[in-house]
Write a protein that binds this ligand. Structure first.
Ligand code: GAL
Length: 396
């Protein structure tokens, strides 16, 4: 058992050293100081000087969505590579359990928390405890709302994710030259408890607005408000059920669905399943997605999904770890943190207000992946390998 675990860890470490961006612009220790950074406020004071005395608590939402397994593994391996200890928890998409898991991590005396919230609105009380104990909190991928306990946010540019989906639809169908042609679209958005979900949806809808307004894109169900098209917990099953209802109510007369705008891959999987029996071959609708989950990459190769917005979560971990290291060293990172890693990211101090003020954010850049470029973006970079069956599998 131990040997197997060691094997898995070594594979993850190997993969990490081979792919993604790196923080090799700097030699990591927990005690170094950065001449360009200013000293932190009292709430983010360092407590330990030696890497081996530092424990980082990493709280992830669920194992049932593929990407979070990758996030957890990358964060753990990269923190451990600095000599830190890591407590990694998954809370089964249950917000109460996440509060509980965080309480335990705080009670154990972790030195820093990295948290991807299940419900962005539900963590302010527990994170007040973290703040009271001077435990800095990095909001990971999803912004945690209504608490001043978080010092930074690391994510991808979430609005851009939606914009890329919208632009893909415009380009692929050449909507600018559509003339009188009309396309039927249905939308599937994410979990209302996830602060990202609105950014994805708005990014796509703002991009498509001209064509919805001029009637090139028609939404037969009329459901175009976020609340109407949201998917509780991002669940495939919920997206499948809703799309089946929409098809039965508005498409039963043979109306052709042309576009299924889906905010991410777990929802795209359900939608693809709902349309599978009616749409195949020449009338396959465009289906968008996000994450590059293995099942969706299979659908991409099989023509059941058109694109996915890929976010290299290995790089999200690189940025998070570089940020944590600075915070733990007592510094107050700013735009100069970008000099410490090779990832392409922006330092943003205006877009993400969590209700207590704008949270300084490091935002990475997502990529569009299609059947035409998946080899270059996913395989040549080492993120995925091609299995014996010709489909992609995650490299870790
Ligand atoms: C979002 C995340 C996406 C997707 C989704 C479902 O917050 O940014 O990448 O994974 O959650 O888990």
């Amino acid at each position: 058992m131990k040997k197997r675990l060691l094997g898995i860890l070594l594979t993850v470490m190997m993969v990490i050293s081979l792919i993604g961006c790196s923080s090799d612009k700097d030699t990591p220790t927990s005690t170094d100081t950065d001449a360009t950074a200013t000293k932190a406020a009292a709430t983010t004071a360092p407590v330990a000087t030696d890497a081996k005395d530092i424990t980082v608590g990493v709280s992830m939402p669920t194992k049932s969505l593929e990407r979070w397994n990758r996030d957890g593994a990358y964060l753990k391996a990269q923190f451990e590579a600095l000599g830190y200890k890591v407590e990694l928890t998954y809370s089964d998409d249950d917000s109460d359990q996440q509060v509980n898991d965080l309480q335990n991590l705080i009670a154990e005396g972790v030195n820093l928390l990295v948290v991807a919230a299940i419900n962005g609105e539900a963590l302010s009380t527990v994170l007040t405890d973290a703040k009271d104990q001077n435990i800095p909190v990095i909001s990971y991928d999803r912004l945690i709302m209504n608490t001043d306990a978080i010092s930074y946010y690391v994510s991808f540019d979430n609005y851009t994710v939606g914009k890329l989906q919208g632009q893909y639809i415009i380009d692929t169908l050449d909507l600018a030259n559509a003339g009188d042609k009309k396309y039927n679209m249905e939308c599937t958005a994410g979990d209302p408890a996830d602060n990202n979900a609105g950014f994805f949806f708005n990014g796509a809808m703002d991009t498509l607005k001209t064509y919805i307004d001029n009637g090139t894109i028609v939404i037969p169900s009329g459901q175009k408000e976020f609340e109407k098209v949201a998917t509780d917990k991002w669940k495939t099953e919920n997206a499948l059920n809703r799309m089946q209802n929409v098809l039965a109510s508005y498409y039963a007369d043979g109306t052709q669905l042309d576009i299924a705008l889906c905010s991410n891959d777990s929802t795209a999987l359900g939608v693809a399943q709902a349309i599978e029996s009616d749409y195949a071959g020449t009338n396959q609708p465009l289906v968008t997605g996000q994450d590059g989950d293995v099942a969706n990459l299979k659908n991409l190769l099989d023509g059941k999904q058109s694109m996915t917005v890929y976010k290299a979560v290995a790089n999200e971990a690189v940025v998070t770890v570089a940020l944590a290291k600075e915070i733990l060293a007592g510094n107050k990172p700013d735009a100069s943190l970008l000099d410490k890693f090779t990832c392409t990211a922006a330092y943003d101090t205006s877009s993400y207000d969590n209700g207590t003020g704008v949270i300084p954010s490091y935002l990475l850049v997502p990529d569009v992946v299609t059947k035409d470029n998946y080899k270059e973006i996913l395989v040549d970079t080492g993120y995925y390998t091609v299995g014996d069956d010709g489909y992609l599998q995650a490299a870790q």
